[in-house]
Write a protein that binds this ligand. Structure first.
Ligand code: PLP
Length: 464
C-alpha cells in the first residue's frame, strides 16, 4: 500500500498555512510583528501554492499579478514550462558536483553564452550563488588584482549615494540606503561616496545629461584625491533600484569608463537588477556603449527560478591571478554550491528564450504602453515624478508637490498601496514612497492596465 509522502503538502487554506509559518519561519526584510494575528491592521502572510505566467495563486485560490517580478527576478513567468522542463531534465542527470577540479556542460555552456551576450572584453566568468555574493566576489577580486600587481595600498571603494548592492557585509558596506545600512554601520568598511547622478535630485530645469556631467565633475575631484587608495568605482547602471528606482543618464556611465581608465581604478557594473533586458537593452551598460572591468549578474540570470550569480571580468584581471601555485596569487573565494548544474541549466534555458523570441522588441511595446498609462499620474497633486527606463517605471509620492517634501516614513504610505494591491489582485511593493512597476516580460497590455489601475486606486487610498 502506498504511504502518503510527507513532502506532498496537505491541502490547507491561507489561514492554516500562515499560522504554521508564523510559528517557525523568520522572513527577510520583515518586521515579523506586522504579521501578528492580534493586530487589527496586520499585514497578511500569504501562502502561494502555484504560479501561472505573471500570476501568483494563494492557498485560498486568490490571484495576484506579480508587478515586481518577485524581487525583480522573474522574466518569463512563474512555473515557465520551458524552464521547468530543462530543470527536470537536468535534475535527472546531475544535480550538483564540487566545482573545484570538476566541471560540467551547463557551467561551460553558460560561461560561453554569457561571454557572447555581454559587452566585448568580458571573457572570464566566476560563479557564485546570489547577488550579494557576486558583489563580494567583485570587490575581493578587484582588491586582489591590485595587490597582485604590487598596489596593496588600494583598499577602498567608491560607491554612489543612494546605491544598493546587497546585504552581506561587503555588499552592504558599498551600499548607501540608510534603512539597510545604518544599524550595521559599525561592522562595515567605509566607502568613499560620490554624489549620484540621479536625475530626480537635479537642480530645477537641469536636464538628466547635465546632472550626469556635473556629477562626473564631482567624481573627478574624488578620484584626484583618492585614486591612489581606490580599487574600484561600483555602480548600478542607469537605475538605482532599491534606493527608490532613481534613474540617470547613460552619459554618466560613458564618463565613468573614461575616468576609471584615466585614474587606474576598476569599474564594477552591478547589473544584478537591471541586466537581462530590464532597461530596454540586454545590459544597461550597452546604452552607454561601455564595457566595465567587472559585471555582476544574478536575479534574471535564471529567469527567476534558482539562485545563481556570475561575475564577468577581463583577460587582464584573470592574468593578474594566473601564476605558478607557490606565487600565492590564486583568487580565494568559494561557495559549496558554486556553479550548481541545475541553476546553470535554467540560466541556459533563459538565454535560449532570449534567442528564440523577440523579447526586447516585445518589451519595448510593453514599456511604451506602461509609460502611456502612467502619464496622467504626473498631474496628480501628490506625485512629484513619474519616471521610466524600459520595463522599470516608478511614481514618486510626496506630501507636497511644490517642495517635493516626502511623506514621513513612519506614516508607511507605501504599505497602504501594498495592502490595497493585495486586496485587488496585484502584488505591488512600494519602496517607501515610491510605487514602482517591474513586471515579468510575459505580461500583456491588459495586465499592465490592471497593475496601473490598482496602483492608481491604491495611491488614492494611501493619501486619504
Ligand atoms: C543592484 C543589486 N545588487 C545586488 C543585490 C543583491 O542581490 P541578492 O538579493 O541576490 O543578494 C540586489 C538585490 O536586490 C540589487 O538590486
Amino acid at each position: 500500500m502506498d504511504t502518503p509522502s510527507p513532502i506532498v503538502p496537505a491541502v490547507a487554506g491561507n489561514a492554516a498555512l500562515a499560522a504554521r509559518d508564523l510559528k517557525h519561519v523568520w522572513h527577510p526584510c520583515t518586521q515579523m510583528h506586522d504579521h501578528d494575528i492580534a493586530l487589527e491592521s496586520r499585514v497578511p502572510m500569504l501562502p502561494i501554492v502555484r504560479g501561472e505566467g505573471a500570476w501568483l495563486v494563494d492557498a485560498d485560490g486568490r490571484r495576484y499579478l506579480d508587478g515586481i517580478s518577485s524581487w525583480w527576478t522573474n522574466l518569463f513567468g512563474h512555473a515557465n514550462p520551458r524552464i521547468a522542463a530543462a530543470l527536470a531534465d537536468q535534475a535527472r542527470r546531475l544535480e550538483h558536483v564540487i566545482f573545484a577540479g570538476f566541471t560540467h556542460q551547463p557551467a561551460i555552456e553558460l560561461a560561453e553564452e554569457l561571454v557572447r551576450v555581454t559587452p566585448p572584453g568580458l571573457s572570464r566568468v566566476f560563479y557564485a550563488d546570489n547577488g550579494s555574493s557576486a558583489i563580494e566576489v567583485a570587490l575581493k577580486m578587484s582588491f586582489h588584482y591590485w595587490l597582485n600587481q604590487g598596489h596593496g595600498q588600494k583598499t577602498r571603494f567608491i560607491a554612489l549615494t543612494g546605491s544598493y548592492h546587497g546585504e552581506t557585509l561587503g555588499a552592504l558596506a558599498v551600499s548607501d540606503v540608510a534603512l539597510y545600512r545604518k544599524t550595521y554601520a559599525p561592522l562595515l568598511l567605509t566607502p568613499i561616496l560620490a554624489p549620484s547622478p540621479d536625475a530626480y535630485e537635479g537642480e530645477p530645469g537641469e536636464s538628466p545629461a547635465a546632472v550626469a556631467a556635473r556629477r562626473l565633475g564631482e567624481l573627478r575631484v574624488l578620484l584626484e584625491r583618492h585614486a591612489h587608495e581606490t580599487c574600484a568605482v561600483i555602480v548600478e547602471p542607469l537605475v538605482q533600484c532599491a534606493g527608490g528606482m532613481r534613474m540617470y543618464h547613460p552619459d554618466y556611465l560613458a564618463g565613468l569608463r573614461r575616468l576609471c581608465d584615466e585614474f587606474a581604478v576598476h569599474f564594477i557594473a552591478d547589473e544584478i537588477a537591471v541586466g537581462f533586458g530590464r532597461t530596454g537593452t540586454m545590459f544597461a551598460c550597452e546604452q552607454a556603449d561601455v564595457a566595465p572591468d567587472f559585471m555582476c549578474l544574478s536575479k534574471g540570470l535564471t529567469g527567476g527560478t534558482l539562485a545563481l550569480s556570475a561575475v564577468l571580468t577581463t583577460e587582464d584581471v584573470y592574468a593578474a591571478f594566473y601564476a605558478e601555485y607557490n606565487a600565492g596569487k590564486a583568487f580565494l573565494h568559494s561557495h559549496s554550491y558554486t556553479g550548481n548544474p541545475l541553476a546553470c541549466r535554467v540560466a541556459l534555458e533563459t538565454l535560449a528564450i532570449f534567442r528564440d523570441e523577440p523579447v526586447l522588441e516585445r518589451n519595448r511595446a510593453l514599456a511604451a504602453h506602461l509609460g502611456a498609462r502612467l502619464g496622467p499620474l504626473r498631474d496628480h497633486p501628490h506625485v512629484a515624478d513619474v519616471r521610466q527606463t524600459g520595463m522599470i517605471a516608478a511614481v514618486e509620492l510626496v506630501a507636497d508637490k511644490r517642495s517635493r517634501e516626502p511623506w514621513p516614513a513612519a506614516e508607511r504610505r507605501g504599505l497602504r498601496v501594498y495592502l490595497h494591491g493585495l486586496e485587488h489582485g496585484a502584488l505591488l511593493r512600494p519602496l517607501g514612497n515610491v510605487v514602482y512597476f517591474m513586471p515579468p516580460y510575459v505580461v500583456d497590455t491588459g495586465e499592465i492596465d490592471h497593475l496601473v489601475d490598482v496602483a492608481t486606486a491604491g495611491i488614492e487610498a494611501a493619501i486619504a
